[in-house]
Write a protein that binds this ligand. Structure first.
Ligand code: ADP
Length: 301
């Protein structure tokens, strides 16, 4: 197979591991710098141009699209899909998962356990919004935030009101969420490929911090998850339409609740914590499933 990896840099751990795993299995892999791909979208034969040549002959594409380049990245991926190239994750599923609010609505509709979550536009409704999610302490999240930036714990009603008003004053979109104190500053990253959780790790926040993001100094360790957590993670990925996903869950008093479904989960933390060859499993999944013209955005040709 010939596999394209949409990424920003070859030296990134995940990109590098995917290329390595593909080559180890006798496939050809090429990194395409997402932001350097350009396209003629009006032609009746969809094409992607790159460094002066037209890309062709790819069987599959692995999107590793960072949150900051979602808009352009999903357009490039869609172009691959229209050319009939099999995407590991589809552009529509990636766009869907990047919208935190939309994702939570879709998961809730299918009965996935979530932290009690509220969303409002007007500062006039803040008091009632807080009552609705059970009052302080609450977690306030910027919808556009990643890696824990823009996630604030407000311990008191007054603090919550001020933070919400400040964010709203800046015209930022926010979620207000029940604080799952019993999670103890830990969350569980379930790495889903197809219909299986192939690896899971616990991320523990440093002392005095409630956010467990590795980028915020959290530490990762291997963890055994329950069958209920396993099926929740697989269902969540499935509802989002993602073949590969990092599903983040919290252990709450009311069972496993899903915080987020990540469409480009990093490989470094999970491979290090579990010692598993996740990159190899991704390539094997593609080898089993890649067929031309398999997406919902496929063209007529
Ligand atoms: P990001 O997408 O920016 O990483 P998250 O929503 O994943 O933001 O939140 C960052 C971290 O904060 C999570 O990994 C988790 O440890 C903690 N956290 C988020 N929401 C809650 C919550 N409702 N209750 C308890 N801890 C939370």
């Amino acid at each position: 197979m010939k596999i394209a990896i949409l990424s920003r840099k070859r030296s990134l751990y995940s990109t590098n591991r995917l290329i390595e795993a593909a080559e180890e299995r006798g496939h050809e892999a090429e990194m395409i710098n997402t932001l350097r791909a350009y396209m003629n979208i009006a032609s009746n034969r969809p094409e992607i141009h790159y460094n002066g040549r037209i890309l062709s002959g790819f069987d599959a594409v692995i999107p590793r699209i960072g949150a900051s380049v979602t808009f352009y990245g999903t357009a490039v991926l869609r172009q691959f899909e229209m050319m009939g190239v099999y995407p590991l994750n589809e552009s529509v599923a990636i766009s869907r998962s990047r919208d935190k609010l939309r994702s939570l609505q879709l998961l809730a509709r299918k009965g996935i356990g979530l932290p009690v979550t509220g969303f409002a536009h007007s500062p006039d409704d803040v008091q009632d919004l807080l009552t609705m999610v059970g009052g302080a302490p609450v977690v306030i999240k910027l919808l556009e935030g990643t890696q824990g930036i823009g996630v604030v714990l407000a311990e008191t009603q007054k603090a919550a009101e001020s933070v919400i008003e400040a964010f709203m004053g800046l015209r930022a979109n926010i979620l207000v969420q029940e604080y799952i104190r019993e999670a103890g500053g830990a969350d569980i990253r379930c790495f889903v490929i197809g219909d299986k959780v192939v690896a899971a790790m616990k991320r523990q926040a440093v002392a005095g911090e409630f956010r467990s993001n590795l980028h915020r100094g959290g530490s990762a360790s291997i963890i055994k998850i329950t069958p209920e957590e396993r099926s929740t993670a697989v269902r969540a990925a499935n509802i989002m339409g993602l073949n590969v996903a990092g599903v983040d869950i919290l252990r709450s008093n009311h069972g496993a609740v899903v915080m987020e479904v990540n469409s480009s989960p990093g490989l470094e933390g999970i491979e290090e914590a579990t010692g598993k060859d996740i990159a190899g499993m991704i390539i094997d999944f593609i080898a089993r499933n890649a067929r031309p013209h398999r997406t919902r955005t496929k063209g007529k040709g």
